[in-house]
Design a protein. Sequence first.
Length: 310
Amino acid sequence: MQRLIIDTDPGEDDALAIMMAAAHPGTKIEALTVVAGNVGLKNTTNNAAVILDQLGLDIPIYPGCKTPFVMPGIDAAYAHGLDGLGNTGLRSNRPVQAQHAALALIDHVNASPGDLSLVALGPLTNIATALKLDPELPRKLRRTIIMGGAVSAHGNVNYNAEFNIYADPEAAFAFFHGWGAVGCLVEVADWELTMRHGFSTELRAEWAGLGTPKASFFAAISAHSNEFIQKVRRRTVQYFADPVAMAVALEPAIVVSHERHHLTVSLADPQTRGQTIVDWSDHGDQPVNADIILKLDHDRLLELIRQAQL
């Protein structure tokens, strides 16, 4: 049994990723830790509860950090809707835990050292906070998989940075260096990997046509982002980053190509702040801390997404 803690900032693509984990045989979601990101913490916490309501799952939800380490927070409501779920207005009365997400992460991992894998789908503020409190945390995890970065500087929030890293660069810097300091690897599913695995309008319509409650839920919460992509970005291909990362977490064999290198995050230069910088040629003496995923089995990815909506 694969046991996951999912750190998340829902977001319709977070919802689909969580649906994938819930549908995957042999996988158990132990907890959701929630961070501000796509929208503010109040909404991301509600959205996590809405997703679990839709799935009929009894899983603890731990709200975490409302703001980044240093700079004012940003969000992506322009793409995800003001509520984060496509302006659907879905609300949940599900109770959430009083314990802070960072403390809950530490407690869950220390209760089952070596058994839990961490999947991070949002800004890394909660996890970096936990790392400061427990620097040995990475060693106690089975695997760590994140959606974050743009390893060749093909950004989405600006020209060179990806949203999750740019939203809290100091947390991301501490995260990557903390994992490297104890000899651990982060499996990185970045924005450029996401762009290699886009989904056409026709495929989206095929998913909606499945006619199941899960497919209808995802179609409803993603309609706003689909309209944004078509009308504002002028694309017919939609990218869902978090399901790509979740596929790596669920089935490591889905990875077709990857490379291991040192990865850091730019902080000081205003032109490159939040950019992920990779030592592709291994020139430096910094520890290898990133297993950078370059390509997936696309057909298997599509099947995992389809199964999540049945």
